[in-house]
Design a protein around this ligand. Sequence first.
Ligand code: NAD
Length: 259
Amino acid sequence: MRLENRIALITGAGRGIGRAIAEAYGREGAKVAVADLTLDSAQETVAAIEQAGGTAMAVAMDVTNENQVDQGVEAVVEQWGGLDIALANAGIQHIDPVHKLAFSDWSKVMSVHLDGAFLVTRAALRHMYESGGGSMLYMGSVHSLEASPLKSPYVAAKHGMLGLCRAVAKEGAEHGVRSNIICPGFVRTPLVDKQIPEQAKELGISEEEVISKVMLKNTVDGEFTTLEDVAELAVHLAAFPSAALTGQSIVVSHGWHMQ
Ligand code: NAD
């Protein structure tokens, strides 16, 4: 087991990529705090981890709410005595060209990704610095490194998370904290399924064409990245034994983006 007795918190872990990583961390022996908007939305993931013989707790946490983030992290530390791994994963998407984008939609996307990542980082670092170290992880995207049309707030926010990750790597080093960002290509989750018809409408093409000509066009093999692929990388980054791997963006995208 690569994460035995480590204490991990993952935001937005009620479904999708966060859930897959939470279950993988559970299988690798970590105690997993499953954070999502409500206790109910976190509960299925907790049950899946426990059924597989792991240890998990549900945490209600809107990552844009300072008090909920601080209190949620406190609850984990109180329950298990520390925090070794924190993954800022919660995210949303919004499809619109810049000239039609409402300020409220821009702000919502920026807030969930960037304010959320900052608040989770701040709360986690307070404990990691006290205990002598830890692993900060961010769920970036290929959109942390390049742009696509119709996704300006998402692209801007994901680039911002890359900057935060690098700043934390610099500040965290003397406290034993590593900081890395996972940058997946397209993964079939509710976040992606929702945008396929939205992009088809906006671009005037079929849903099949959105998949083949927009989402997977630049991959080497026309394949979606899987939940398992992303979870494996998240385990590897959390388990990495030294500060040799810090401040890095690791792309898992079937070659869509090569750096
Ligand atoms: P998803 O929609 O399946 O899951 C997102 C989760 O985040 C949900 O459980 C939701 O309740 C939660 N969430 C949303 N707003 C929240 C908030 N304010 N506070 C707490 N939780 C909140 O999406 P997903 O595809 O699993 O995406 C997870 C992360 O991976 C996101 O950061 C996303 O940008 C990133 N990502 C996804 C893909 C992809 O292709 N699916 C690719 C690259 C990066």
